[in-house]
Design a protein around this ligand. Structure first.
Ligand code: HEC
Ligand code: HEC
Ligand code: HEC
Ligand code: HEC
Ligand code: HEC
Ligand code: HEC
Length: 500
């Protein structure tokens, strides 16, 4: 993106020489976000808007030390910050315009890791909290009520009913994991788990930079997902002040998000949040990210490179490629493009940012099911009732079709890329519209934030037209119409392998 398009090129932070004259704009100059930032910056003496997120002294054009001090009048910040998206400052930076997102993120499980902590303590005698989620990485409460900050009224009611049914998984507050009391360690050896949790286990949350090894470089807070980092953590943009050979920097100074937020790095243009961003954390625990990519941990360095050397470690480990998830590189259906889905093409804003409530287990905030996209052999997705497949033991009324929505979420419409509704936006199992999955006649279309568009095989259409991929085997038809589909998770059969 063009560094020359700033409102005041070569002024303030962009003064030539050792300052930031070549820095990429955080969003394209002609975006509404950039316009609002430049307006806000101008009121604080910096038409380029850097102070809106970083604070500092925009009058100083020579000494970095002086320029990087304090914050101008009108700023919510009291001092200069480098990590502008960090949870520790983002209410005063991004939160000026995205209040719900910063509120939700601080309470989301990707910040608290409440589920991991409860799981880690489970086997440690008196340290176990049983099914209750009591601890988080930090003390946190939820003063704004139990109503989610995002979503339709149907989703909000659904969520609140779930919260009543499973109070252990929706705590109203968490306290920080206690420290091991070394004085009594002989009597209470189980307290050692607290040290493990505090020093080793809990490095995969939004409040810290993480391990900073190959493949694990990432930002903090909003920058975790919205600022791109490459495997090596090296800067590839045009700001002369950022050292290009020092690991730990963003790849470029730009926000990645939906299709309309384009990232330009060297000569490559892309959109969407690459899997690698998510996998910088989702490579341990259930290893869901590396499994999606088809990578299994492996103690050896083979296959060797062209010179006979070992592969470089990724996430501190060696990997063997086995088989990736079918959605990672779709090439199955005629008419569909070569390429795959991004994590965000299926997952929704409530699970990326949290919904403003505190949750204690992974599925507490995952509102999607495979059947929301594929339906079943007997039902199109819009013919299924809400709640179908959501694993909470509830009885659903099969005659109560969920239908489709005519509008995406208002928060989405206001801030992100929306696609043509065609015959309506499909709904998640908990009643929020997807912004990117629409119905066209009996077809289901997915618009990937990467820029690709796919048709989803709707099982009912395949059953009606007998258009199965392997018609000779006709096995799909038998299975999809069987009791299995009601009683097993789809991935009970469709996961090719999983690490144990
Ligand atoms: C919308 C908020 C926002 C605005 C406006 C903004 N930045 Fe940033 N900036 C960020 C975020 C977020 C990061 C990533 C920090 C991290 O690595 O965690 C960042 C990182 C940087 C870095 C890299 C720091 C490093 O050592 O890796 C520099 C340099 C920088 N910004 C300069 C600027 C300049 C100059 C301007 C004005 C032209 C500006 N920023 C405007 C949000 C912003
Ligand atoms: C001065 C107000 C303002 C500030 C500060 C601000 N934003 Fe935005 N942001 C907007 C507006 C307006 C939009 C929607 C229009 C657009 O995309 O340009 C937006 C859109 C976005 C989007 C969605 C883009 C897409 O197409 O999906 C993301 C992600 C985002 N902002 C993240 C951030 C982050 C992270 C920060 C802090 C580092 C931040 N914003 C700071 C005003 C702001
Ligand atoms: C900073 C590390 C980190 C990054 C990066 C990250 N996650 Fe997570 N994520 C976590 C942790 C930690 C948990 C769960 C913790 C627990 O079980 O207590 C989690 C949970 C989840 C969940 C289930 C819980 C929920 O509330 O939705 C989903 C879905 C998810 N992540 C998807 C993603 C996607 C998609 C991306 C990339 C766009 C991503 N994550 C990036 C750390 C991260
Ligand atoms: C775990 C990854 C992750 C983190 C952390 C994250 N976001 Fe997002 N964000 C996403 C994804 C994925 C989208 C979806 C983009 C799309 O397809 O529209 C998104 C979309 C958005 C949007 C567009 C509206 C919407 O809700 O879809 C805004 C605004 C936004 N993010 C702001 C923020 C802010 C502010 C923060 C920090 C408080 C933040 N995000 C942190 C992953 C993340
Ligand atoms: C094709 C759609 C799709 C894609 C792409 C996708 N997911 Fe999911 N994911 C789902 C569905 C559906 C569920 C819920 C399964 C359920 O309810 O049993 C889920 C659940 C999860 C969970 C919770 C798992 C648990 O054990 O409770 C995490 C974490 C997660 N996804 C992370 C990711 C990450 C990270 C990526 C990208 C590397 C990703 N997902 C890509 C559809 C998808
Ligand atoms: C009991 C195991 C099982 C369950 C449960 C199951 N499937 Fe299948 N599915 C199969 C088998 C076996 C095939 C056929 C593979 C072949 O013919 O190559 C198949 C085929 C498919 C196909 C490809 C159809 C084609 O011909 O193109 C899709 C899509 C699909 N299943 C989706 C789902 C969804 C969505 C669910 C959950 C609602 C589900 N499956 C549940 C075993 C299962």
């Amino acid at each position: 993106m063009d560094p020359a398009g700033y409102p005041a090129p070569n002024k303030g932070c962009l003064a030539p020489g050792k300052c930031h004259s070549g820095v990429e704009p955080i969003r394209a100059h002609d975006s509404e976000m950039a316009r609002q930032i430049y307006d806000m910056g101008a009121k604080q003496g910096d038409p380029n808007g850097c102070v809106v997120c970083h604070g500092g002294n925009p009058k100083e054009e020579k000494e970095a030390k002086i320029a990087h001090t304090g914050a101008p009048g009108g700023s919510l910040l009291s001092e200069f910050v480098v990590h502008a998206g960090s949870v520790w400052v983002n209410e005063k930076t991004c939160g000026q315009c995205h209040r719900e997102w910063t509120y939700a993120q601080f309470r989301s499980i990707m910040q608290t890791e409440a589920g991991k902590i409860q799981g880690a303590l489970w086997g440690w005698g008196p340290a176990s909290t049983g099914y209750a989620k009591k601890y988080g990485n930090y003390d946190v409460d939820d003063p704004d009520s139990t109503v989610p900050v995002f979503g339709t009224s149907i989703y909000k009611d659904y969520t609140q009913a779930l919260m009543k049914q499973f109070p252990d998984n929706f705590p109203s507050s968490l306290v920080q994991v206690p420290a091991t009391n070394l004085d009594n360690l002989k009597e209470n050896p189980w307290e050692a788990i607290y040290t493990h949790v505090r020093t080793n286990s809990q490095r995969r949350h939004m409040g810290v930079k993480g391990r900073e090894k190959r493949g694990d470089y990432r930002g903090m807070g909003c920058a975790v997902c919205h600022i791109p980092f490459n495997n090596a953590g090296l800067y590839e943009g045009g700001d002369p002040s950022v050292k290009r050979d020092e690991a730990g920097h963003a790849m470029v100074h730009s926000i990645q998000s939906s299709r309309k937020a384009k990232i330009v790095v060297n000569d490559t243009v892309y959109s969407g949040i690459p899997h690698e961003t998510c996998v910088s954390c989702h490579n341990r625990g259930k290893r869901i990210g590396v499994s999606f990519q088809g990578l299994m941990e492996f103690p050896y360095g083979s296959p060797f490179d062209a010179k006979g050397g070992k592969q470089p470690k990724l996430h501190t480990k060696f990997y063997q490629f086995i088989q990736d998830d079918v959605h990672h590189r779709l090439k199955s259906r005629e008419g569909n493009p070569e390429g795959g889905l991004l994590c965000q093409d299926c997952h929704t804003t409530t699970s990326m940012h949290g919904n403003g409530n505190i949750t204690g287990t992974l599925l507490a905030n995952v509102e999607i099911e495979c059947s929301d996209f594929h339906g079943t052999a007997a039902y199109y997705p819009w013919e299924l009732p809400l709640g179908w497949g959501d694993e909470f033991g509830q009885q659903v009324d099969m005659s109560n079709a969920r239908g489709v929505a005519q509008e995406p979420l208002s928060t989405h419409k206001q801030f992100s890329t929306s696609y043509e509704a065609k015959d309506g936006y499909l709904l998640t199992a908990r009643g929020n519209p997807f912004n990117n999955v629409v119905r066209e006649g009996d077809k289901v279309l997915v618009h990937s934030d990467s820029g690709l568009d796919f048709e989803v095989p709707a099982l009912k259409s395949l059953a009606l037209t007998r258009n199965w991929k392997n018609p000779a085997r006709a096995i799909s038809a038998k299975i999809q119409a069987s009791k299995h589909v009601e009683t097993l998770e789809c991935y009970g059969c469709h996961s090719a392998w999983a690490p144990q």
